[in-house]
Design a protein around this ligand. Structure first.
Ligand SMILES: Nc1ncnc2c1ncn2[C@@H]1O[C@H](COP(=O)(O)OP(=O)(O)O)[C@@H](O)[C@H]1O
Ligand SMILES: [Mg+2]
Length: 422
């Protein structure tokens, strides 16, 4: 907006300068012509007028045209006109027309006259005329009009900028919503053609992304679902032939099946989060934490939960449980047995931390681990899908929150989820 306004000011100023310079010479010629006419008419009138009528003539000139003639010298204090390009041009033009000893003076008063000399039979005469004949008197009106034009241009610039700005803000908002994994309502495709094209392309991209996401979710869910049935049959078969084989081999196979099942579960979870549509309700985060911790305790896993008595939040409870389970499972599998959960409130943001004392995640890899199918090399030997943290990240973003994997003071990992407080 400022840039546009500056451009307009500069443009107007340049235009004004060009106008002034190019208009200067024609105006000087025109004014010189007028003065020449006045001087010549006065001189011929003086020469040819009947001596009886001469006084009347001079009085008429004075009363009707403001023109006075004096023999000898001006009857008031005079000085040269201020030296300006226009005045120089005017004097040159006058001297060309009336003779090289022509002089142009002005009275020293504020509302003074302009004086020009001429000679009759070697006698000097001065003719005085109102200043309006030579100079524009209403300079201020010019500036006023210029300012009005400028004001209108700035208002125009403001309108253009707000029109574009509004569209861009809407696009930014929609892009941020896509970043959170939501599908924003199509943005308005109006305004200047470039913005229209951009909005249209954006809407197209938004629908494409949504379809792509749905296709992927469908594919994942389909494959995972179809894998489960044969897997269940294999487990059943194994149990039936159980007694006839080596028990350790048998145990290994059951474990493998459980691992595959867990991976399939993650695939299904990932697909579910992508298409998550359920409404958020007001929930107590500490309650969800306690429920999950209790569930682990029943399986013999000790989990310490420290409640920060955070206020109630808008949450999707099932998704939130999935987020917690994924973080706790990670802490148990990749970290250490002593898992702690903490909730607290920091500047209008609710913080949920899952802490362990394991090897942690190097800071350089932390961001990458939130992508689907990424795992640290140290985890390659354990079973898993690499989807757990991607699911956590998606659930956090569904809640307008974020996930950070931080090095915990004293070693270990702090998986920190931050959600906006109500
Ligand atoms: N608590 C943790 N301590 C150390 N490393 C972790 C922890 N949580 C996750 N990681 C690392 O991040 C990777 C990605 O985790 P995740 O997405 O849950 O996949 P998965 O658990 O299936 O391997 C893990 O493979 C592991 O290398
Ligand atoms: Mg995991």
């Amino acid at each position: 907006m400022l840039l546009l306004a500056l451009l307009l000011v500069a443009g107007n100023f340049a235009w004004l300068q060009i106008f002034r310079v190019s208009e200067r010479e024609p105006r000087a010629v025109q004014v010189a012509q007028q003065i020449t006419s006045i001087v010549n008419l006065t001189r011929s009138a003086l020469i040819t007028a009947n001596p009886d009528k001469r006084f009347d003539l001079l009085r008429d000139l004075s009363e009707q045209e403001g023109i006075q003639v004096h023999a000898g010298a001006p009857n008031e204090a005079v000085e040269p006109l201020v030296d300006r390009p226009f005045v120089r041009l005017l004097i040159a033009e006058l001297q060309r027309r009336l003779g090289s000893d022509t002089r142009l003076l002005q009275s020293t008063g504020a509302a003074g006259n302009v004086w020009v000399n001429f000679a009759i039979d070697n006698v000097d005469y001065w003719v005085s005329m109102p200043r309006e004949r030579v100079e524009r008197t209403e300079q201020l009106r010019w500036i006023g009009w210029g300012l009005l034009v400028l004001l209108l241009s700035v208002i125009g610039a403001f309108l253009i900028v707000t029109r574009i700005g509004r569209a861009l803000r809407e696009l930014t908002r929609a892009a941020a919503a896509i970043g959170r994994g939501q599908t924003p309502a199509p943005v308005d495709e109006s305004g200047p053609s470039e913005i229209r094209t951009l909005s249209h392309a954006f809407n197209q991209m938004s629908t494409d992304l949504k379809r792509l996401d749905e296709d992927r979710a469908l594919l994942l869910a389909g494959v995972s679902h179809d894998l489960r049935t044969p897997l269940a049959r294999i487990r059943l078969g194994l149990e039936m032939i159980g007694d006839k084989t080596d028990p350790s081999l048998m145990e290994g196979m059951v474990q493998d099946i459980a691992d595959i099942d867990a991976v399939i579960n993650q695939f299904l979870d990932f697909a579910r989060v992508s298409g998550e549509q359920s409404a958020a309700t007001e929930c107590n985060l500490d309650e969800i934490v306690n429920t999950i911790a209790e569930r682990y305790r029943r399986q013999g896993v000790a989990i310490t939960a420290r409640s920060g008595k955070v206020s109630r939040l808008q949450l999707k409870p099932l998704a939130m449980q999935r987020l917690l389970t994924n973080l706790i499972d990670n802490a148990l599998r990749h970290g250490s047995a002593a898992v702690e959960i903490e909730t607290s409130l920091h500047d209008n943001r609710v913080r949920l931390s899952v802490l362990d004392r394991g090897p942690g995640i190097p800071a350089a890899d932390a961001e990458r681990m939130l992508q689907p199918f990424t795992r640290l090399n140290t985890a390659r030997s354990t079973s898993g899908s690499g989807l757990g943290l991607a699911i956590v990240d998606r659930i956090a973003r569904l809640h307008h929150g974020s996930v950070q994997l931080l090095a915990r003071d004293g070693g270990g990992l702090e998986a920190r989820v931050e959600l906006p407080a109500l």
